[in-house]
Ligand binder design. Structure first.
Ligand SMILES: C[S@@+](CC[C@H](N)C(=O)[O-])C[C@H]1O[C@@H](n2cnc3c(N)ncnc32)[C@H](O)[C@@H]1O
Length: 319
């Protein structure tokens, strides 16, 4: 487990030795204050994992953030400015991913259908896991929902970068092709048409993901920030919708998972969190990884960390 240092409140640039333009950015501020300072159509991917509106304080190893809005209408009202700004900031080929759970996802879906247009909705991704407590009074609530919207019909998607293995137990027969490679094969009974799928090429994942587990307490990826998401989840989203050099934004960055994957995969990033402790946690993860990448001969862009006191007027209040 990577530890997290104490609060980081001053400006700081961490240099990794790459000479590739402006640094990546990690900002301790209310996300909307930062969003409003950025230019239209400048971002390729926005992923957000806001507080879910649990009505509880989320905590882990002495670190915590409040998650008080357990009223769905108040939740939509609170998140709306961030969604409006996200829409403005996306390029025509850009995408928005909003990670929520059963509490408010339906309300936010209705809001996003209006903001983006229903035709811009792409996927409702169901991320399934099994770690954690279960009630005896219902089926276990063990999935989150991630809504995917494109800024336009021309949204970027690179499925070949996120293929998953084909199921060996498929109903299709496996035969060898002319190169001696295994292919799954089926014949359409009505038309007689033969469909062949090379096994080694894998397939586009379905919209339900069961192959990425929630981080458990002792996972080596785990840092001291509550509700941390696995890097594999972000890897699928980032590699599936961006190319190296594209700009990725996470306005509710927490421990910096999105930024960590973006840095590792050669994407540029801007990440914000209103809690300075979260920003210090993300900074530590990015510094450790950036130094490792530099030592391996692929230094990432420098990292600019900033407590944006000029932009931020403090956390927004629930209205
Ligand atoms: C669910 S956590 C994000 C976890 C993150 N995806 C990770 O993997 O660590 C939500 C985060 O949103 C932050 N947050 C809440 N309100 C915010 C706001 N107005 N602006 C920016 N960040 C905010 C919280 O401090 C918290 O770290």
């Amino acid at each position: 487990m990577v530890g997290c240092a104490s609060r980081m409140l001053n400006q700081q640039t961490i240099q990794f030795g790459a000479d590739v333009g402006p640094p990546d950015q990690l900002v301790a501020a209310d996300c909307v204050d930062v969003q409003r300072s950025l230019a239209d159509a400048s971002v390729d991917l926005v992923y957000i994992d806001p507080p879910f509106g649990t009505g509880k304080t989320q905590s882990n190893q002495g670190r915590s953030y409040p998650d008080a809005r357990n009223n769905p209408d108040a939740f939509v009202e609170w998140l709306a400015p961030c969604l409006i700004e996200s829409h403005r900031l996306l390029r025509a080929t850009g995408s928005l991913f909003v990670h929520l759970d059963y509490r408010s996802v339906h309300y936010i879906k209705v809001y996003l259908d209006t903001l983006f247009g229903r035709s811009r909705f792409i996927n409702e991704l169901i991320w399934c896991y099994s770690v954690g407590g279960k009630s005896k009074r219902r089926f276990a609530r063990k999935h989150d929902t991630i809504l995917w919207y494109g800024k336009s019909a021309d949204y970027a998607f690179y499925p070949e970068h996120v293929h998953v293995p084909r199921k060996p137990s498929s109903h299709m027969r496996v035969v060898m092709d002319e190169n001696g490679e295994p292919v799954q094969e089926k014949t359409d009974r009505k038309t007689g048409k033969v469909y062949r799928y090379p096994v080694n090429r894998g397939k586009i994942p379905e919209d339900w993901w069961t192959d990425i587990e929630l981080l458990n307490r002792s996972d080596k990826e785990r840092v001291a920030w509550p509700t941390q998401k696995p890097t594999r989840l972000l890897e699928r989203i980032i590699k599936g919708t961006t190319q190296p050099g594209d700009l990725v934004a996470d306005w509710f960055s927490g421990s910096g998972t999105t930024a960590v994957v973006a840095q590792r995969e050669g994407r540029r990033f801007i990440a914000t969190d209103v809690e300075p402790d979260a920003v210090s946690c993300a900074r530590d993860r990015l510094a450790v990884q950036g130094q490792r990448l530099a030592a391996e001969g692929s230094p990432p862009p420098d990292l600019h960390c900033l407590a944006n006191t000029d932009l931020s007027s403090g956390p927004r209040q629930e209205s």
